[in-house]
Design a protein around this ligand. Structure first.
Ligand code: NAP
Length: 276
């Protein structure tokens, strides 16, 4: 990569940031299109977020991704928040247009696009989300617009109830419900794990995989092949892991910064070789 005074800088603010995979796929996609851009990880401590956001203007960065733990806290620091980011309550992408900072959320739409690429639609289907954090909120917002019903289950009941209430505010059919326990999983077309269960070796499974049927889809937002993905694959389910959502949310950010569509295959192959 040749960096000059003309090179436009993008990147990611997070804490921790050491394990981010985003630079690999963005830099590969810039190079593939011959774009004079680069993508850099920035370790931003929680107390430093206001300074880091100011530095986007001061250093003339083209834009950044925002990751844990800054996605919510960054909102009041920006000049404009796009509607979906405001409804979801989290920003994962900032675009700097001549000093004006606009916040977007590309997680949920990235999730939907990863399904569209595989000709999967949630339209008219019953969907279950496990977990009620930020990712569940982003994904739930888009699923809610098309699905027949959306059930949400999580370990902290008040957070589940809050998410259900918020999602139903944007849905005239009010078809989002909370589940106290993950039961009757056989009735769902798709089950989505949005908890970190599966990241660590001794984590319990987020659901009883013996109850899965082979015509169900299991989507785990975690980037690696988790025990849930392995067991669901063994049961014959169609499985999708978090790399797909990572790629698609990144592709939308890429387009917001550059105005160009990245090559998804390049992004995917660069990620796969990085994690192998
Ligand atoms: P978050 O806001 O912290 O939410 C995590 C959710 O998981 C909460 O509902 C939390 O429950 C629950 N949870 C945490 N530990 C648990 C445990 N041991 N048992 C049961 N439930 C547990 O995090 P997030 O931003 O939504 O991210 C969640 C996961 O999605 C992470 O693994 C992240 O890497 C992944 N993710 C992937 C992508 C992608 O592009 N593929 C994008 C975003 C996120 P409590 O509220 O009770 O703590």
């Amino acid at each position: 990569m040749k960096i000059t005074g003309h090179t436009k800088i993008t990147g990611i603010f997070g804490y921790p940031i050491e394990h981010t995979l985003s630079p690999v796929m963005h830099n590969a996609a810039f190079e593939n299109l011959g774009l004079d851009y680069c993508y850099v990880p920035f370790l931003v401590l929680p107390d430093d977020l206001p300074y880091a956001v100011k530095s986007i203007r001061a250093l003339n960065l083209r834009g950044v991704n925002i990751t844990i733990p800054h996605k919510e806290k960054v909102i009041p620091l920006l000049d404009e928040i796009k509607e979906e980011a405001s409804i979801i309550g989290a920003v994962n992408t900032i675009v700097n247009t001549n000093g004006k900072l606009t916040g977007y959320n590309t997680d949920g739409i990235g999730f939907i696009q990863s399904l569209t690429e595989k000709n999967i639609s949630v339209e008219g289907k019953d969907i279950l989300i496990i977990g009620a954090g930020g990712a569940a909120r982003s994904v739930g917002y888009y699923i809610n617009q098309k699905a027949k019903s959306l059930a949400i289950s999580g370990r902290t009941q008040y957070k589940v109830e809050n998410l259900v209430k918020d999602l139903n505010r944007f849905n005239k059919n009010k078809n989002v419900i909370s589940l106290k326990n993950v039961t009757h999983i056989e009735k769902y077309y798709m089950i989505i794990n949005t908890t970190p269960l599966g990241l660590k070796d001794n984590d319990p499974l987020p659901l009883d995989t013996d109850l899965l049927r082979k015509d169900q889809i299991v989507y785990d937002l975690i980037y690696k092949k988790t025990p849930l993905i392995q067991k669901a694959t063994e049961k014959g389910c169609l499985t999708i892991d978090g790399l797909e959502m990572l790629i698609w949310q990144g592709a939308i950010s890429f387009e917001l910064w550059t105005g160009r569509r990245p090559d998804i295959a390049i992004m995917r192959s660069s990620l796969l070789s990085a994690i192998r």
